[in-house]
Design a protein around this ligand. Sequence first.
Ligand SMILES: Nc1ncnc2c1ncn2[C@@H]1O[C@H](COP(=O)(O)OP(=O)(O)OP(=O)(O)O)[C@@H](O)[C@H]1O
Ligand SMILES: [Mg+2]
Length: 493
Amino acid sequence: MPTEGLDSPLSRQAVWLQNYRPRLRLVEMGKAAAVGDGVVWVEGLPSAAMDEILRFDDGSEALVFHLGKHRIGAILLAEGAGLNAGAAAHLTGRGLDIGVGDTLLGRVVDPLGRPLDGGPAPHAVSRRPLEAPSPPITARDFVNQPLVSGNKIVDTLIPIGKGQRQLLIGDAGAGKSALALDLVVAQQGRAVLCVYVLISQKRSAVVATLDTLRRTGALAYTCVVVAEATATPGFKYLAPFAGCAIAEGWMWAGRDVLVVYDDLTTHARAYRELSLLLRRPPGREAYPGDIFYLHSRLLERSTRLAARCGGGSMTALPLIETEQGDIAAYIPTNLISITDGQIYLDPQLFARGILPAIDVTRSVSRIGGQAQETAIKTEAGRMKLDYLQFLELEVFTRFGARLEAGIATKIQRGRLLRELLKQQRLSPLSPEQQMAWLVAYNEHLLDGLAGEALAARLTSLLERAAASGLTLSDGREAWRTAATEWVGHEPAA
Ligand SMILES: Nc1ncnc2c1ncn2[C@@H]1O[C@H](COP(=O)(O)OP(=O)(O)OP(=O)(O)O)[C@@H](O)[C@H]1O
Ligand SMILES: [Mg+2]
């Protein structure tokens, strides 16, 4: 029978216990000075750092957001019943992070990763910090792959590449959220994962968004991060960073991700509210002074990674609301300068029923052109010229002037194009379908059609293009022949 030798673990423990002398250990302790509006003021804790989590005795947690000379201002993350002035506060040395990975697909979570859909807490194997540096330049690659948006105007005239940051800008109710949702739905079967961040939206809007995602099957490849209108400003402030961290998890795993921030106007408002509550000193003419930095550090994290870093990408669609179409206001101009282009949604086009209400003259994609499919780019170039000419000439027709025959034809073609560019919600087109209608238009195959006749021909053209098996690498001649046949074919009554 083995006996316990002097070297056995048991006897070593006994020796350690015998020799143990408790020593003095210094631990910093602070105390809550005031609690309210989702923030807490703490006194003490001189070595607290920005973005560090503080823990209170009752289990409450707060995130350091403002370091004052005498007090620390912190955002409450979890508020226990016992948190009031005088409660002891401790440093944790941890920053805020969130679980990432495929367990989040199909889930609705709050900015701390807690489930909001009634399901169990997502079991995440890895976590990522909410605040992280953007990928270094050496880890990045050029944006050179198209992100299929399924939208006729976007894919042809304002193309988006994987890793691009494209702003959706426009007045309230101009269709920003609808377009962003369309882009998410268009990713079905395209191996692009999506993160949809809803910041400070009404419960009804959140439910409607979730309903659309569920109905179209898009929720299966999407994670929704929600900080409702009733959430504290702290949660609204954290929401896009949480969404970004989740997207980053997939990007570094080599996946393509599309992240929507709906919207950054309310985010800026929440940040301002938080700064006022925590009495942050004003910067220059704008308050708070670092609002530009807030959004640039968020959007700088989306990029296309180089192949040796996995080749993943994060495409960002921040939404921003304008007032009375004023794109020169402070926050919109900030975001225009941070992003790689913008899609401007015009309330006047919306009112005239030209949907989606994208104003092509004020929209731009600075880098997406390099990523566009060559075949579509060539066709779209011809179409764009026609459209821009038409928009200029159209002004003259308002005065009822008699038009030269050449100009009248151009206007007719422009009107046809405007009809063609209209698109119902949630009806994304594949690149092959885009090619089909572009060729049909450029080859004058749809000339003279209008109203229902045009709609029926177009529907049949798109259906047959989808079923044909023709790809973008087939030559133009093949496309022309096919399109001629498809358009000539009488649509089923
Ligand atoms: N292409 C479209 N076809 C038909 N209806 C559309 C289209 N785009 C938007 N709409 C409708 O326009 C309305 C406003 O759109 P949406 O809510 O997306 O606007 P928004 O810019 O996000 O507004 P807010 O600033 O209030 O969030 C919605 O009812 C939506 O269904
Ligand atoms: Mg909206």
